[in-house]
Design a protein around this ligand. Structure first.
Ligand SMILES: Nc1ncnc2c1ncn2[C@@H]1O[C@H](COP(=O)(O)OP(=O)(O)OP(=O)(O)O)[C@@H](O)[C@H]1O
Length: 256
């Protein structure tokens, strides 16, 4: 198994709270990798460090063996191949679903500002190809064509979540980071999400997610990291995690 993302000795303090305590973590390429743990364990902090929203106090990280400096800003992290979604959906609500995806596609656009303003042939061709790619992604995440021209905030909750994933995929990430993607979903939407994430993984994009639904995580993820009080207390395949006494004591309470 090749490691896609490696974190070494990552620490983060907020005032008097040590949210992460020298954490080491390796996310293997081609997996669905879950991060679980009780409230306040440090999951969101870890996630925000992976995606550049927070800067760690100490530690280092590598993406596909290349250093990924801790000070990189979120847009630079996206450029290096890590895209994310948010716990509270952050779409451009007054843009159409298609336009939301096109924004993500523009990361790979080549036409410069002047070519676009002058509406040159090259700029028009590029815009057409971005639009075509956005339609492909709309299909890929399972949104109907009829959703394309609707405003993002008119879509159902589950469809907005799919749209966020499509927009993240539009940046062509190697690692897709999802912050509680199943939160607020009904069972049908959750099952559809499971199929979509499995498809994304099978198509070669590594997925890392935080999720409170432990049952879903146990059945969906290839590997799990369990955090407690800012430390990694267990890491491995779900079958082993389920039986780990530290996990049972710290978090699962014997329910899993
Ligand atoms: N911006 C912040 N300022 C101050 N303290 C913070 C901040 N973010 C997180 N913390 C603290 O760091 C610790 C870890 O929080 P974090 O949100 O990472 O945990 P979590 O595992 O995601 O929890 P939850 O499941 O409740 O979302 C908590 O004690 C939290 O109060």
């Amino acid at each position: 198994m090749t490691e896609l993302l490696q974190l070494r000795g990552i620490s983060k303090r907020f005032g008097g709270v040590q949210a992460l305590k020298g954490m080491d973590l390796c996310i293997p390429e081609g997996t669905i990798y879950g991060v679980i743990g009780p409230n306040g364990a440090g999951k969101t902090t870890l996630f925000n460090i992976i995606t550049g929203m927070y800067h760690a106090d100490t530690g280092s990280r590598l993406l596909a063996g290349e250093p990924l400096p801790l000070t990189l800003k979120p847009y630079a992290i996206v450029e290096r191949g890590i895209a994310r979604t948010f716990q509270n959906i952050r779409l451009f609500h007054f843009m159409s679903a298609l336009e939301n995806i096109m924004v993500g596609c523009h990361r790979h656009a080549r036409a410069g500002l002047f070519a676009t303003l002058l509406n040159t042939r090259a700029a028009r061709a590029e815009e057409a190809s971005i639009r075509a790619r956005a339609y492909e992604l709309l299909d890929y995440v399972g949104l109907p064509r009829s959703a394309a021209l609707r405003l993002a905030n008119e879509l159902s909750y589950g469809d907005q979540r799919r749209l966020e994933i499509a927009r993240a995929l539009a940046t062509r990430p190697r690692l897709l980071a999802l912050d509680e993607p199943a939160a607020g979903m009904n069972p049908t939407e959750t099952e559809a999400l499971r199929s979509l994430l499995t498809r994304i993984r099978n198509d070669g994009i590594t997925v890392v997610l935080i999720e409170h639904d432990v049952k879903l995580m146990m059945s969906l993820c290839d590997r799990l990291a369990v955090l407690d009080f800012g430390e990694l207390i267990a890491e491995g395949e779900p079958a082993a995690i389920r039986q780990d006494p530290r996990v049972i004591q710290a978090y699962l309470g014997g329910e899993a």
